[in-house]
Design a protein around this ligand. Structure first.
Ligand code: AMP
Length: 421
């Protein structure tokens, strides 16, 4: 127990953590270019926030929440997604008083009590964006383009944007009734979960992955057919805007997403390579009406989240090496006790110049230190022996060529700085 991590969680060790930093930095960079600012939120919220937003019939609320009662008997939940917290913070901090739209992003861990498997964890990380206060389809196209741009810069291939429109407060109620009437005819062909969904949320049957349900769903009235004029026009415009910037997409009439708050636009980005079940690496959509459900003004909203573990898995599957390096520029190898202190001083001087420098701390032999410098992939090794020190000199070895030269100790830091430029 003491040395076993909880099921469904991951340790990201050195070697892997640099990749995380790289991806997070890329997300931040792209957000800066698109004008999205970071919001940092609590890891837990009042449970009510998720019941109200994600929805009572969603998988998250029905079975996946990490909920607990705190010492003051309040119901709290570790955040399963980022939208509810962002909406809460937007309203609580009165960000609606600023000129709109508000364009935000977050990066951090989410928690869902799900059956762990490759690409599905109980603690996982999402990078997500949320935009409040803009209803124009250009914003829908922009957030999709932002996600696609991150994947493009990483060099990912085999990526499909799946797109649908899922209805709004005007057209959804009558569509739900139509769906109930349709699915009741085939109730015996549906899986147990979908039979249960039939009366409560028949829309979800459309994206069930069970073969029997998929076959029945093929003949069901689609959200596109049921869309009201406003939803249809919005969907049409979104496609025109995506076409205009060359973002390719596929319309998927079965895409409804698992969270209840979506209206109009719903999308997912899937990668061909990540197994068949866990191939979605990003998902999102519009959620007009959600802010009103939280008691705010009826401002529109839209957002998406990328699953960062799945993104890293996909990079690995596609053999994409991120340009991250942990190799020191300089390895300092002292021989003997008096050289140790000199090496320590030199190491500090190099680091003060912003040069990544490693040294031996264990009093190893020269041979062992040269091996260590190789293992670190250091560019240069500085050898400080007693006889060199007596002359006020050090030996610098260029590790790939094996070339060596002597440098005066008091010029060493500047010399290396110049060579590394
Ligand atoms: P969602 O918040 O459900 O729309 O999910 C958005 C993205 O988060 C998905 O496309 C996945 O990449 C990722 N994701 C969702 N659930 C998990 C999970 N349990 N483990 C790992 N990644 C997940």
């Amino acid at each position: 127990m003491l040395t076993t991590r909880p099921t469904g969680t991951n340790d990201f060790l050195p070697g892997e953590s640099e990749k995380w930093q790289y991806i997070e930095q890329l997300c931040r960079q792209v957000c800066a270019e698109y004008g999205y600012q970071e919001i940092r939120l609590p890891i837990f919220e009042h449970t009510e926030a998720y019941l109200r937003s994600v929805g009572e019939t969603s998988d998250i609320v029905e079975k996946e929440m990490y909920s607990f009662e705190d010492k003051g008997f309040r119901h709290m939940t570790l955040r399963p997604e980022g939208t509810a917290g962002t909406v809460r913070a937007f309203l609580e901090n009165k960000l609606y008083a600023n000129p709109q739209p508000t364009k935000l992003y977050y990066i951090g861990p989410m928690f869902r009590y799900d059956k762990p498997q490759a690409g599905r964890y109980r603690q996982f990380n999402q990078f997500g964006v949320e935009v409040f206060g803009a209803d124009h389809a250009a914003i829908d196209a922009e957030v999709i383009a932002l996600a696609v741009e991150i994947f493009r810069r990483l060099g990912l291939t085999g990526l499909t944007v799946k797109l649908n429109t899922v209805g709004c407060a005007q057209c959804r109620p009558s569509h739900m009734e139509e769906l109930k009437i349709y699915f009741r005819q085939y109730e015996d062909k549906l899986c147990a979960t979908c039979r249960d969904r039939l009366e409560r949320n028949p829309l979800r049957i459309l994206d069930c992955k069970e073969e029997g349900c998929k076959a029945v769903a093929k003949g069901a009235p689609t959200t596109i057919e049921a869309a009201c004029d406003v939803c249809s026009a919005h969907f049409q415009k979104l496609q025109e805007y995506l076409d205009a910037i060359g973002v390719r997409y596929e319309i998927d009439t079965n895409l409804v997403r698992g969270l209840d708050y979506y209206t109009r636009t719903a999308f997912e980005i899937v990668i061909d390579s990540v197994g068949s079940a866990q191939n979605a690496i990003a998902g999102g959509g519009r959620y007009n009406g959600l802010l009103a459900q939280f008691g705010g003004d009826d401002l529109p909203g839209i957002g998406f989240a990328i699953g960062l573990e799945r993104l890293l898995l996909t990079l690995k599957e596609q053999g994409i090496e991120l340009p991250v390096s942990t190799a020191p520029a300089v390895y300092v190898a002292p021989l003997g006790e008096s050289a140790q202190k000199e090496a320590f001083v030199l190491t500090q001087a190099l680091r003060e110049k912003g040069i990544y420098t490693e040294k031996d701390y264990l009093g190893k032999s020269l041979k062992a230190q040269m091996k260590a410098a190789d293992r670190f992939h250091a560019k240069y090794t500085v050898i400080l022996g007693d006889s060199e020190l007596e002359k006020g000199m050090a030996i610098v070895r260029e590790m790939t060529s094996g070339d060596q030269y002597e440098v005066q100790l008091n010029q060493l830091a500047e010399d290396l700085e110049g060579r590394l430029k």
